[in-house]
Design a protein around this ligand. Structure first.
Ligand code: GLC
Length: 416
């Protein structure tokens, strides 16, 4: 299994995290890229107009302890927080721009409050930071994605100065808030600033920090597949550290009034697909302008928790069973004397695990504890294929569990 053999390895123990997209954009409740997308549409929304939202930002119900309670109830074990998205608004008390949380009616450093709550319960805190910045006058706006098509009146685009601004902010983020366990860049490189010294700075200020692959260089520690659907089969195992990010809603990462929430069945299968492949899963919620999670998100996270804790043993400390089976509808993990069968796409009540031809001592549905029928037997279709007997388990309650991803546990005397 992939390991760094240093402080970064927390990431392999804690596989499920909470992503938070929160900022001024929660006020209109449309999308976190409101500023960018309106400009894409030719609405010419100026940053000065957008910035007026700051005078209305007053999340009086923000309670980081409550956020973490909900996260833990869902089974999440770390959090990644948007310190700054592409609108450039900073959710901490930065000295580098006035466009920040302290200059709102709320007036408090929400990152500091969150960091304190995380510290109290030893809950790893990671920081999301957008490289594109539509507010900073030095950002080289040029329509390369998530920025203005061209510099705005009064701008002084200067990649070097912008990198200096980022460095100063990184220094604040990595020195004022205690332990930062991860740095999650977004939108880097496409803007043409290649600078390895920025990640080196992050690592020097927070030894053992894990850094993703969307920053100013190509030396990130892990990959960040995003919003992958349920893949067609066969699904491949990850060969490098990976964290799949997705949101509870389909349309936006920031709070959205008319959000299309995913179903529990979909989300649990999406999670299963990544955990079974050996990846992490970062599931996002966009808190509303009052600082609370949308009710639908809370209900979903609760539902996920009630599923996740029942099947979690098949992911934690388990490794992808590389010698997989000739069955594109499942992925296997193994731990001690057990094989776990992750059903990506259950179409019937049974599964044949060619080439396994050993009878397990016991076969159960991890979700419910129900015992399954099992046999090493000749199947009608294997009679034509190779005439061999394979492990077949059946009476899986697929309809009863249609709202959640199913995991089977096979306990062997000696693993095949
Ligand atoms: C997408 C969105 C961006 C969001 C990111 C999170 O790239 O466009 O707004 O922050 O996903 O991974």
């Amino acid at each position: 299994m992939y390991r760094f053999n240093d402080g970064r390895d927390w990431f392999f123990q804690k596989r499920f995290g909470l992503f938070i997209h929160w900022g001024l954009y929660s006020i209109n409740g449309w999308h976190e890229q409101e500023l960018f997308r309106m400009n894409q549409m030719g609405k010419n929304l100026r940053r000065e107009e957008y910035a007026l939202l700051a005078s209305r930002f007053n999340p009086v119900k923000f309670d980081p302890e409550r956020w973490l309670d909900i996260a833990q109830e869902a089974g999440m074990e770390y959090i990644c927080f948007t310190s700054k998205h592409i609108d450039g608004f900073c959710m901490w008390d930065t000295g580098e721009t006035d466009f920040n949380i302290v200059n709102t009616p709320y007036g408090k450093d929400v990152l500091a409050m969150l960091a304190k709550a995380c510290g109290k319960r030893d809950f790893p805190l990671c920081i999301y930071y957008s490289v594109p910045d539509m507010y900073c006058r030095h950002f080289p706006n040029g329509g390369k994605g998530y920025d203005y098509a061209a510099p705005q009146p009064g701008d002084e685009p200067d990649a070097k100065k912008y990198a200096g601004f980022v460095r100063a902010q990184v220094r604040e983020l990595c020195t004022r808030y205690g332990r930062i366990s991860g740095f999650w860049w977004d939108g880097g490189l496409r803007h043409g600033i290649y600078d390895e010294s920025i990640n080196e700075l992050v690592r020097s200020l927070q030894p053992g920090i894990i850094i993703n692959n969307r920053g100013f260089d190509n030396k990130g520690d892990f990959e960040t597949p995003e919003r992958n659907g349920l893949s067609g089969v066969p699904v491949k195992f990850y060969t490098k550290p990976a964290e799949h990010c997705n949101s509870v809603g389909e349309q936006s990462w920031g709070y959205r009034k008319n959000e299309d929430y995913f179903s529990l069945g979909y989300l649990s299968r999406s999670m299963l697909q990544d955990f079974a492949r050996g990846g992490n899963y970062l599931l996002n919620v966009g808190p509303g302008p009052d600082g609370t999670f949308p009710e639908e998100a809370v209900t979903l996270l609760r539902g996920i928790g009630s599923w996740y804790f029942r099947v979690k043993e098949s992911f934690t400390g388990a490794e992808p069973a590389r010698q997989s089976v000739n069955n594109g509808k499942v992925l296997l993990t193994r731990k001690e004397n057990c094989l776990y069968v992750h059903m990506l796409n259950p179409e019937s009540t049974g599964v044949t695990l060619d080439p396994i031809d050993v009878l397990p001592l016991k076969a159960t549905v991890l979700n419910t504890g129900e015992v399954l029928e099992k046999a090493v037997e000749l199947m009608p279709w294997t009679s034509l294929k190779d005439g061999k007997k394979y492990l077949h388990v059946w009476n899986i309650p697929v309809d009863k569990l249609s709202n959640e991803a199913i995991v089977l546990k096979l306990e062997f005397d000696i693993l095949p």
